[in-house]
Every structure is written in C-alpha cells, then in structure tokens.
Design a protein around this ligand. Structure first.
Ligand code: SF4
Length: 229
C-alpha cells in the first residue's frame, strides 16, 4: 500500500502533467495490476488510446449492466478494431429477469442505488480485488461532486490506488484530442448526451446544464456508487 505522504508528493508532481506520464508511472509501478475502467464516455476514449500507446495490450474493462445503449455496444466493436488494448467485459451474474423476480420490475426506478450496487458496484469490487491500480476517466469539470478530484487517491474500500490522469482536463481538451486523433466515439454525444450510462437512467442535457445533468435526472442521485461510497 502506498502511503498518504507518497500520494501527496506524487500528486504535487502530477498536477498539470500529461496523462501519458501519469499512466506510465502507474504501469511501470504496478505492471499488469494497473487496469482501466471505462463507460465509453469521451474521457474513457482518450484514456484507452493513451494506455494503448503507453503500454500496448494493457487491460481495460467495462461494466456491462445489460442496460447500455445500442450505440454504446456498437462503439465497443469499433474500439476493439482501433486500439491495442485488452478490453474485458465485466458483469454481474444476476440477470435482469432474476433481479426483477427478487426485487421487482424496473429496480432502476424503485431503488436505483440497489440496482447500481448489483449491476455496477459489486462486479467492480469483484474484478478489482486482486488489482493494485485503477485508472478512471473522471475529471474536475464534469460536475460539482467531482471538482476536487485528485490525480491519485487511495480507495479504502477497494484497496487500490485510484488514478485519474484526466482530472485537470476540460471537456474541450478531451474533444480536441479525440478529433485530432480521429478516435471513435459514441454517436449519442452528437445528440445531446455528454455523459452516457444505462439507457433507463440517462437523458440528453439542455443548454446550460452541467455535463452530468442527464444522469438520474429525475432524482437526487448523482453517482452510481463506484466513485462515491
Ligand atoms: S445506472 Fe440505472 S439502470 Fe444502470 S445500474 Fe444504475 S440504476 Fe441500474
């Protein structure tokens, strides 16, 4: 385990530095135990591309809730063709039918936290239990709840070092990178969806709303629980 003072020192040196340098430090330090999670948002696309350059064949994974948009599944195929990464599908063994039998239909409406817990948090915990470093695409500009995101952070629950190489990047920087490198991205971004999760819990945003306003927009929930427990 890395100490708090080491994290602080590294965070000071990483503030404002390139994501590639941060990823190189993590992959050099933790080898194959450094893995990237992605929900296939714009930040995730940038990170997967950078990881494929820093460490070709490195592992990225996504949480397949069985409720992703068709456009997202289509994007996964295009990423596999374009990037040299090992992209793993991680999911619960609880089918949607079993979930409905056990907890009722449309759990995402009646108890969204439980739905996220079953379909996202538990599979994530299970996948990361023997890993050391976890790359995420979260950024400070995405929402008020993410404005203090550090580059490195010890995750007490998962017992991994959480690495957010794009913490200081802006939405514009992410999209410039995608366009310059002609990377594939989710078609829904062109239809007013800056942040994309499961289809029952995601809508397009209106002008002036923050980037994650379309997630769980009818309720007070703002995070699925994998970044805030
Ligand atoms: S985002 Fe919605 S549908 Fe997806 S796991 Fe969470 S509550 Fe369920």
């Amino acid at each position: 385990m890395i100490s708090g003072s080491e994290i602080e020192k590294l965070n000071n040196s990483f503030e404002g530095t390139s994501p590639a340098r941060i990823m190189k430090w993590a992959t050099d330090t933790y080898g194959e135990d450094a893995v990237l999670s992605t929900g296939f948002g714009a930040s995730g696309i940038v990170l997967m591309h950078q990881l494929s350059l820093v460490k070709p064949g490195a592992t990225a994974f996504y949480l397949d809730t069985d409720l992703l948009f068709g456009e997202t599944y289509d994007l996964i195929d295009r990423i596999r063709e374009r990037m040299d990464i090992r992209l793993l599908r991680v999911r619960t063994n609880v089918s949607l039918e079993e979930q409905a039998r056990e907890h009722g239909e449309k759990l995402w409406e009646s108890r969204p936290d439980l739905c996220c817990h079953i379909r996202k948090v538990l599979p994530l915990q299970n996948f990361l239990k023997d890993k050391k470093a976890w790359f995420t695409g979260i950024r400070r500009d995405q929402s008020p709840t993410r404005k203090n995101t550090p580059v490195l952070q010890w995750d007490e629950n998962l017992e991994v070092i959480k690495v957010s190489p794009l913490a200081t990047w802006t939405e514009d920087e992410v999209w410039s990178y995608i366009r310059i490198n002609e990377l594939p991205y989710n078609e829904l971004h062109d239809k007013g969806y800056p942040s994309i999760g499961c289809w029952p819990c995601t809508r397009a945003v209106k002008e002036g709303e923050d980037l994650r306003a379309g997630r769980w927009s009818d309720i007070s929930k703002t995070e699925c629980g994998i970044h805030s427990r």
